[in-house]
Write a protein that binds this ligand. Sequence first.
Ligand code: MN
Ligand code: MN
Length: 299
Amino acid sequence: MNEELKKKYILAGKIAGEAREFARQMTKPGAKIRDICQKTEEKIRELGGEPAFPTNISINERAAHDTALSNDERVIKEGDLVKIDVGAHVDGYIGDTACSVTYNKSYETLIKAVENALSEAIKLCTPGRKLEEISATIEKIIKSYGYLPISNLTGHGLERFNLHAQPQILNVSCKTTYQLKEGQVIAIEPFATLPSGAGKIKDIAEKKIYMLINPKPVRNRNAKLIMNFAKRYNGLPFALRWLPVQGFGLLVALKELEQKNIIYDYPVLSEINKEPISQAEHTVIVAEEPIVTTEIRAK
Ligand code: MN
Ligand code: MN
């Protein structure tokens, strides 16, 4: 990887990491989810980046892809297990990072399990490493705590304006000959649930995050407005909350945009048995000494 590119990845990672810690500080019982999302996205811009995707705040059995709607009144509750997933980009080069926050003592080791799995996995992000070693390590550590890794959520490669590039990095053992290469940028994100969980997530019928995939002529005026507006995200995901059309007009426009396959949706993901899920994530540049771009110490 050339130095200029590396600088952009490192800056994007630093911005995402700082925004994650900023969001973590705000995540307290009584805090409004919409405020946390919006202020974290403002923070990213203040630090010189752009959001690479909407701030995800996914609570308890919800693993990912939840974010505030424009009229969202939900607040963080005392017993919640909260996943905060933050992305920042600089000229398309992305830092992707997540943490779990709780004030409920009974979830503390569930969080420890994914944090430990993540830090052990990061040590393995060296050139030539087989992906199956990383996946097996994540699974082994989560299970050593007595928990279940989520088998259908994965880490991933990162490329310019591409949040989910190859390879997929499973959180359970898998057979693959794929080896990491020097300078490759990847996000590692272990998820875990209680042994009473299914260890799997499914889509639920709530959609708040979309991506523009295939612009083409549309009839509805608002659909056209939204399509043209969404082009600014360069193929990265956006929140319904960010759009210039809200309310009923948005619902009608989305229908046409979805039917014509112009936008792609990211439904909220929920543990199949509705058990709580923890998550930890960092972005790493593969090297003999792996570079964790999103690692920031809490202030
Ligand atoms: Mn993420
Ligand atoms: Mn990710």
